[in-house]
Design a protein around this ligand. Structure first.
Ligand SMILES: [Zn+2]
Length: 115
């Protein structure tokens, strides 16, 4: 369960932003690629525990999943591969892995001064 330290880091980042302006965190948008090695459900579970008693408590964690894409070696097309296939939909050439789908970052932090 290696999501714990990364979730702790996310909460720290959001709390720093909130405390800097005397606000609370109302929402966090996270981008998680399917090949990032992190599982959204686990992050959500840890988030609820770690956020308790901090400006992040009660914040809505929104996780945007990114499906991995391959790039065709022959024609350069980016595509989401079908199960059991690496073939390019345009030309049938072999696709190779790209950085798309390995994303993991905080896209935005929403703050509120209400409450
Ligand atoms: Zn191709």
């Amino acid at each position: 369960m290696h999501e714990y330290p990364i979730t702790l880091r996310i909460v720290e980042i959001a709390n720093q932003q909130a405390e800097g302006v005397g606000a609370r965190v109302s929402g966090i948008d996270l981008v998680v690629g399917d090949d990032s090695g992190f599982i959204g459900e686990s992050i959500q579970m840890y988030f609820d525990i770690i956020a308790e008693g901090t400006p992040c408590e009660g914040a809505a964690l929104s996780i945007e999943r990114v499906r991995p894409q391959l790039k065709c070696a022959a024609c350069g097309t980016y595509f989401v591969r079908k199960p059991f296939s690496f073939a390019c939909p345009q030309c049938g050439g072999d696709g190779y892995p790209t950085e798309i789908g390995k994303e993991f970052y905080v896209k935005s932090v929403e703050l509120t001064t209400e409450g």
